[in-house]
Design a binder for this molecule. Sequence first.
Ligand code: GRF
Length: 221
Amino acid sequence: MTKRLVILVSGRGSNLQSILAACHSGQIPDTQVVAVISNRPAARALALAMTAGIPALTVDHRDYGTRANFDAALQKQIDDYAPDVVVLAGFMRQLTPAFVQHYEGRMLNVHPSLLPAFPGLHTHAQALEQGVCWHGASVHFVTAELDAGPIIIQAAVAVLPADDEQSLAARVLDAEHRIYPQALAWLLGGRVALAAGRTQWREPPQTATREAIAPSLESSP
Ligand code: GRF
């Protein structure tokens, strides 16, 4: 039976695009994006969804007095589409524990850092500030604590001496676009699940597929 994804967005929608492409190409098999929901009416991701013929809805957080009321309204919209998995793709809202609990084990997020390093915002600036050699992206199950859920896949990106926030962000985003569809394919295919608060593998992937992406190192000393 075709699996159903509801994707939550707030902005640009490039991860949405990579997931749509992966559904079309069969990288995520037998799966359909049944709705895209934004908390911001002007999100470019909504326009992308409409162009793709996917229901595009707004639940504007400014219309709700409390986080709990907003989450309740959002949950109702999501559940109207009966998703197998809820996908946070650049959704810039903190979620209440009750909401997170409702989708336990079936809600993923992508975060632009090698978690547990740099949760929250401005991850690329923090990576440059700290002088780390490796930065990257993580896809994880969503738990009540922000950016702290069990990790499914990460991609590491080398930080180059000439990098600024923009150049680093671009390479990390490229990594996000590759690992998010992979994590979704694993989850929907039953290869990975959340159990007892941890990532559990039924059929663990090869280490090589939990890849490190680096430009080739200079050969001279
Ligand atoms: C991504 O970098 C994602 O990791 C972060 O917000 C950004 C969203 O980008 N949470 P897009 O809307 O998918 O282009």
